[in-house]
Design a protein around this ligand. Structure first.
Ligand SMILES: NC(=O)c1ccc[n+]([C@@H]2O[C@H](COP(=O)([O-])OP(=O)(O)OC[C@H]3O[C@@H](n4cnc5c(N)ncnc54)[C@H](O)[C@@H]3O)[C@@H](O)[C@H]2O)c1
Length: 343
């Protein structure tokens, strides 16, 4: 199947509509019923039985995994790369991964902060560590990062896509290029790093890809359209990636974890600003507690986690079932009328 050409080249007026074939409808109602019964007995029921038989071992395994305490794999001596490792949640993730025995590549656009995290790891854990400057929104920079990390620490086993811009712009706010930058850093970066690092994981037969998404990747939030869009994109990317890994028969060696944090007390100006918008006290999580939950989830090969308080976990689970009127009244009670966030 090579359809690419059809989409990447354009010829005016040459669009060809697909044929729509309709099965001829049987006029005799007795015959129609007979046909339906034949289909149910000979095709549908055998297919359902086959499906149940094929799915049963997997369903039982998932049930046992839910009931029994998770078995944690060792990540000692693996190479972990954390983007945005200079500050906030990324820094906490670097420290916890080093504590669990990983060699850590701290990658950030802010090299000074990345070097500070690396120095802290050296002093506290004595593990191999290095700091790298990267702009994750730029594919060339990510390609260079892979070469640099492999030269310094070896091939990457655990890729943590954490770097993100917390800039919350709506559609008409900021400059057009600000919106593009949010999409490049928060979403496109995941494409670039996975494209660059997954192949090596497949060759070596082991790897784990982690995405730091957001609660806003499950629950959309007005006034933050660009940020929310990127996080929904990350959720979709990770869900499709997991399916592709299954199709490629790699589920036993390559694992994925998508993380949906709620408020994490990282940057002071961000926390103060968000708190000033809210009528209720936001239950902020510390970066360290979130990092602990993320690394525990990685070691248990969990595909998704909401590293937050019970009520937030519950909310993200039941959100698709909540009627819009209730969602809107909750926004009114908690936030009131939120002004546009920027001019
Ligand atoms: N803080 C929260 O409340 C919260 C909630 C949900 C999700 N998240 C997500 O967690 C992740 C980390 O957020 P944080 O609060 O620690 O942010 P932060 O601003 O404290 O840290 C982000 C780090 O990423 C780096 N960075 C920014 N652009 C980069 C680029 N182009 N290339 C490489 N590095 C870059 C920054 O220099 C910084 O060190 C983000 O993806 C964010 O969307 C945060």
């Amino acid at each position: 199947m090579a359809l690419e050409g059809a989409y990447f080249t354009h010829s005016d007026g040459l669009y060809e509509a697909a044929e729509r074939r309709k099965a001829p409808r049987c006029v005799d109602s007795g015959k129609r019923l007979q046909k339906k019964a034949k289909f149910i007995l000979l095709e549908l029921i055998p297919m359902v039985i086959k499906l149940v038989i094929v799915a049963l071992p997997g369903l039982l395994r998932d049930l046992l995994r839910t009931i029994l305490p998770a078995r944690h794999k060792s990540i000692a001596n693996q190479v972990a790369l954390v983007t945005g490792g200079g500050n906030g949640l990324g820094r906490a993730l670097c420290l916890r991964l080093a504590q669990d025995g990983c060699s850590v590549a701290v990658a950030d656009i802010d090299l000074v902060s990345a070097q500070k995290t690396a120095e802290e790891i050296r002093q506290r854990f004595g593990k191999p560590v290095d700091a790298f400057r990267v702009d994750v929104g730029d594919y060339g920079s990510v390609q260079q990062l892979r070469k640099d990390v492999e030269r310094s620490l070896g091939p990457v086993d655990i890729l943590v896509n954490n770097a993100g811009l917390l800039a919350m712009l709506s559609l008409s706010e900021g400059k057009a290029e600000d919106i593009r930058r949010i999409i490049d850093v928060n979403l496109m970066a995941h494409f670039w790093t996975i494209r660059e690092f997954k192949e090596g994981m497949v060759e070596r037969g082991r790897g784990h890809i982690v995405a730091i998404c957001s609660m806003f990747g499950i629950i959309p939030c007005g006034r933050t359209i660009s940020y929310t869009t990127t996080k929904f994109g990350v959720k979709g990317l990770m869900a499709a990636l997991k399916e592709e890994i299954y199709m490629d028969d790699l589920s036993d060696c390559i694992h994925t974890t998508c993380v949906y944090p709620a408020g994490v007390a990282t940057r002071k100006e961000f926390v103060d600003f968000v708190q000033s918008l809210s009528k209720i006290k936001i239950p902020w999580n510390s970066p360290e507690s979130v990092a602990n939950m993320v690394v525990d989830a990685v070691r248990a090969n969990k595909a998704e986690i909401v590293p937050s308080h019970f009520m937030i976990k519950l909310l993200t689970t039941v959100f698709p079932l909540i009627p819009t009127a209730l969602v809107h009244s909750t926004v009114d009670v908690c936030l009131g009328t939120v002004p546009k966030l920027t001019k």
